[in-house]
Design a protein around this ligand. Structure first.
Ligand SMILES: C[S@@+](CC[C@H](N)C(=O)[O-])C[C@H]1O[C@@H](n2cnc3c(N)ncnc32)[C@H](O)[C@@H]1O
Length: 388
C-alpha cells in the first residue's frame, strides 16, 4: 500500500528498513546539528548502533523469528527493523499520538501490516494487560527517555518462560554518580567518585533491574551489556523461575570496597567484609552486580554467524567490548594508577603486556580509553607499576 509523504518529511534508510520522519533539517541547532528531541516524533540516528545490536541479538536468539513488543516505539524504526531484518512479528507501541501516526505509516511503508501492529497505550498499562492475554512474548524492548526503572516491573510480566529483554538507560548522570542524590533515590546506592565510574553505573543498573525482576520470579542474565556515549544498554536472557532468581541474587548481589587514595578495590558480599589491610579510609558501594556483565560465549556465537557483511559496525563493536566480560574486577584508570605512584606513564599497551608477563589477564576496556581490566591482584599491579 502507498503511504503519502509530505513536503516537511523525509524517507531515510536504516538497516533494511525505510522510515518516514519529519525532515531533520527543520530541527537543527545554530551549529547545524540535528536535535532529535525538538522533532515531533523521536528518531535519533546516533542510536543506530543500539538498534543494529538489537537486530543482531534477536536474530541470533530467534533465527526463525519470534514475537516482540517495543513498548516505547518513537518513530517505529526499531520495530520495523525487527520485522524486516529479524523476520519477527510484534507490537510497536507509543503513548504519543504523533508517534503512533508515524509508527502506523512506517509499518505500511515497509509492507509489514501482516506482521506488526501499532498500539497507542501507556507502556506500563499495555505490558500489564498483555500479561493476561496468553500471548507469549519472546522479546521486549525498553528504550525510554532516561531511566528504565519506571517500566521494568511491568516489562517482565508478559515475557514467555524463556525470553529476551533489551533495556536502554540514558540517565548516565545519576548512574555514574554525577548526581549522587538521584543515584540514591532511583537506584538505592550511596555513591562516591571512583576511577571506574562508567562500570559502576552499569553494575548498579544491572543489579537494580535483576533485583526488581526477581521480585516477580523472573531471573535476568546479562548476555551483552555496554556503555556508549551517553547511554547504557543491557540485553538479558530471562527465565521464569523462583529458584533461578534466588541463586542469581545469592551469587551476583554484592558490594565493592574502594580506596580513593591508592585505587585498591574488590568485591564483597556484605558491607562488613572489607579486609583490614585495604587502606585508611575505604568506601563501600552497593548493592550492585558483582558477576560478569556479559556472556563471552554468546559473543562467540554472534561472531560466528557471518553478520559482518550487513552489520559491520555492530560486529566490530561486539568484538571491542567482549574482553570486558573476561575480567570481573572493574577497570583501573591506568593514568591515575601511575599518578598515585608518581611514575611516568608508559604506553598503555606496554603496561598491559607487562601485567601479562606476570601471568595475569589484562585488556583495554571499552568503558574508558584509559581503562585497563585485569585480574592481577592489587599488590601485583603495584609491583608492575613500580617496575617502570
Ligand atoms: C527514546 S524514544 C523511543 C525511541 C525508539 N525506541 C527508537 O529506537 O528510535 C521514547 C519514546 O517513548 C514514548 N513514551 C514516553 N513515555 C511513555 C509511556 N509511559 N508509555 C508509552 N510511551 C511512552 C515517547 O513518546 C517516545 O516516543
Amino acid at each position: 500500500m502507498n503511504v503519502e509523504v509530505y513536503s516537511w518529511e523525509k524517507i531515510i534508510e536504516e538497516g533494511k528498513a525505510r522510515i518516514i520522519i519529519p525532515d531533520p533539517a527543520l530541527f537543527t541547532r545554530s551549529d547545524g546539528k540535528y536535535e532529535p528531541a525538538w522533532a515531533p516524533v523521536f528518531y535519533n540516528p546516533l542510536m543506530k548502533l543500539n538498534r543494529d545490536l538489537t537486530v543482531i541479538i534477536t536474530r541470533t536468539m530467534y533465527p526463525s523469528g519470534g514475537f516482540f513488543v517495543e513498548a516505547l516505539g518513537g518513530s517505529g524504526v526499531r520495530g520495523a527493523r525487527l520485522g524486516v531484518e529479524a523476520g519477527m512479528e510484534g507490537i510497536i507501541n507509543d503513548v504519543d499520538p504523533i508517534a503512533h501516526y508515524y509508527i502506523r505509516r512506517n509499518i505500511i511503508l515497509n509492507g509489514l501490516e501482516n506482521r506488526l501492529e501499532a498500539y497507542m497505550h501507556e507502556a506500563n498499562s499495555l505490558l500489564n494487560s498483555l500479561t493476561f492475554t496468553g500471548v507469549f512474548i519472546d522479546y521486549i524492548d525498553l528504550d525510554p527517555y532516561g531511566s528504565p526503572i519506571p517500566f521494568i516491573d511491568s516489562a517482565v510480566k508478559p515475557l514467555a518462560k524463556k525470553a529476551l529483554l533489551g533495556v536502554t538507560a540514558t540517565d548516565t548522570g545519576p548512574l555514574t554518580c554525577s548526581h549522587p542524590r538521584k543515584m540514591l533515590r532511583r537506584y538505592g546506592v550511596r555513591c562516591t567518585d571512583v576511577d571506574f565510574s562508567k562500570e559502576l553505573g552499569l553494575r548498579v543498573l544491572i543489579y537494580n533491574l535483576v533485583y526488581r525482576a526477581s521480585g516477580q520470579d523472573v531471573a535476568l542474565y546479562p548476555i551483552l551489556s555496554y556503555s556508549y556515549k551517553y547511554y547504557y544498554r543491557v540485553f538479558f536472557k530471562t527465565i521464569r523461575s523462583s529458584q533461578a532468581c534466588y541463586e542469581l541474587l545469592e551469587q551476583c548481589r554484592g558490594y565493592i570496597w574502594y580506596c580513593r587514595d591508592n585505587l585498591a578495590r574488590d568485591y564483597i558480599r556484605e558491607p562488613g567484609e572489607i579486609p583490614r589491610f585495604s587502606c585508611r579510609d575505604p568506601v563501600v558501594l552497593g548493592p550492585l552486580w558483582i558477576c560478569s556483565i556479559g556472556d563471552y560465549g554468546f559473543t562467540e556465537d554472534i561472531l560466528s554467524r557471518g553478520y559482518e557483511d550487513i552489520y559491520r559496525d555492530g560486529v566490530e563493536f561486539v568484538r571491542s567490548i567482549r574482553s570486558d566480560y573476561l575480567v570481573n574486577t572493574p577497570y583501573y584508570r591506568y593514568d591515575m594508577l601511575f599518578g598515585r605512584f608518581k611514575k611516568n606513564m608508559p604506553p598503555i599497551r606496554e603496561f598491559i603486556d607487562r601485567i601479562r608477563d606476570y601471568g595475569y589477564k589484562a585488556y583495554r576496556s571499552h568503558f574508558d580509553p584509559r581503562g585497563v581490566k585485569t585480574d592481577a591482584p592489587y599488590e601485583v599491579l603495584v609491583e608492575v607499576v613500580n617496575a617502570f
